[in-house]
Design a protein around this ligand. Structure first.
Ligand code: SF4
Length: 444
């Protein structure tokens, strides 16, 4: 039986798309291969948001050249996703042993592209836009208990540093009925947690006049019978009071919100074209904490955007301290070709950026550790994700606030069999990035 292997780079949207690629390949009769070197079809589902992901992709694709020249000339190598969309046929120039290039809008064309590759034709097919949602394709979910559900694709914002609008296209909302029907099927299939996905979920429905918006979608998904609803990503300028109220009022919507602010000074926010000020962000964060006092807030922050001064950076630090994020993802700015920021000339010296990044990372770690220490002694519902990647004697579980809790596998229990169960755990220890816990015995 022919087999496939998918390597996924980048964000949750790419993980979602990879599950659909797997579904399409399995419908064609292929089976998953545990090792890349043994697979007959190798797919790279790519990301070009950060320079490192781009470099890693081409490094890994190049290393497969030996596979094709060293006795397995029939192996088919495909590059899809954001790099496929951006580079098209140029991928062949970087990596001549690649057989297929596809973009973000044409996963459904994979069977035809495989037919062509099997008959020896190398093909790049990239559609400028598409009206099919990958969510409507068959899927092979990585976890039986969790599903990504795409609700929008593309983005109408034009943040100066971001390549996404040019590789994912304009924003389009998926039909409300299609989303709720998919969630219904997932619940019937045993899924206990869904993550609604979009570049900017808060603007869901804006392009469908008179149709339900994101708050109504949360209401519908939250009453579908699924135990946990999460979503990503939120844009601060579009997060409405109705959505905050929905988060507060719908028990299945988890008390965790990822709300990227990116930079703390109005000057940098304007240069980034983010569409809000620091004052507006602070006021929004305060209103969220007023409505949902125990919510966990996380964010994304970019350090070293062109022209960032020490004063701008001090305002980033100040904003982090004022909001008191439970977690933050920090990034060093890297220019992406084709974005407005790539032509901004006033770059910040590397050593200055590194120093700022280190100071911010240290603050973020302190806040996260403090928040984790406040959890010790609490009893929480935790969703078992499966065995920890580093230690199979330990289970990786998540609290409603998306905190990772490591809990020893109970005596006589199977880690895999417990995946997808919601159990009760007592938090016994705190570390900067995770918690330790023990199950309340009666729940196991
Ligand atoms: S909101 Fe901004 S950062 Fe997010 S995908 Fe759209 S353009 Fe990129």
């Amino acid at each position: 039986m022919r087999s496939y292997y998918i390597r996924t780079f980048g964000c949750q949207m790419n993980k979602h798309d990879s599950e659909r690629v797997a579904g399409v390949l399995e419908e064609r009769g292929l089976v998953p291969s545990p090792a890349i070197d043994d697979a007959d079809v190798i797919i790279f589902n790519t990301c070009c948001v950060r320079e490192t992901a781009d470099e890693r992709l081409y490094g890994q694709v190049s290393s497969l050249k030996a596979l094709k020249t060293g006795g397995r000339p029939d192996v088919i190598i495909a590059v899809g996703g954001c790099v496929g969309q951006r580079d098209g046929e140029l991928v062949f120039a970087h990596a001549p042993h690649v057989d297929i290039v596809f973009g973000t809008h044409n996963i459904h064309e994979l069977p035809a592209l495989l037919d062509a590759a099997e008959s020896g034709r190398r093909t790049a097919s990239v559609l400028p836009s598409g009206d099919r949602f990958a969510s409507d394709l068959p899927s092979h979910r990585e976890d039986a208990w969790h599903a990504w559900v795409s609700i929008t694709v593309g983005c109408d914002n034009h943040c100066a540093y971001c390549i996404v609008p040019s590789v994912r296209g304009a924003e389009r909302s998926r039909a409300f009925e299609d989303i709720t029907a998919e969630v219904g099927r997932l619940v019937a299939d045993g899924v206990v947690e869904v993550t609604l996905l979009g570049q900017n979920v808060n603007s869901y429905g804006r392009d469908r006049y008179g149709q339900p918006r994101f708050a109504e979608l949360l209401q519908a998904v939250g009453s579908s019978g699924v135990a946990r609803v999460r979503f990503a990503t939120s844009h601060p300028k579009d997060l409405s009071p109705r959505t905050i109220a929905a988060m507060r009022d719908i028990p299945a919507v988890m008390p965790y919100l990822h709300l990227p602010f990116q930079a703390g000074s109005n000057r940098t926010l304007a240069a980034m074209n983010r569409g809000y000020t620091r004052e507006q962000y602070l006021s929004l964060a305060a209103s969220i904490r007023d409505a949902i006092p125990d919510i966990a807030l996380s964010t994304d922050i970019i350090v070293g955007f062109p022209g960032e001064t020490e004063d701008d950076f001090a305002q980033t630090i100040d904003l982090v301290e004022r909001v008191g994020f439970e977690h933050a993802f920090t990034f060093i700015y890297s220019p992406r070709e084709g974005t407005p920021a790539a032509s901004m000339s006033d770059s910040v010296p590397r050593e200055v950026v590194q120093d700022r990044f280190d100071r911010l990372a240290s603050l973020v770690q302190t806040l996260s550790y403090d928040a984790n220490r406040r959890q010790i002694g609490l009893v929480q519902d935790v969703l078992v994700e499966g065995p920890s990647r580093r230690d199979p004697t330990v289970l990786a579980t998540r609290t409603p606030h998306h905190r990772l809790v490591h809990v020893p596998v109970p005596d006589g229990a199977s880690a895999d069999a417990l995946a997808g169960r919601i159990l009760v755990a007592r938090i016994t220890g705190a570390h900067p990035w995770f918690l330790s816990g023990e199950f309340v015995a009666s729940t196991v």
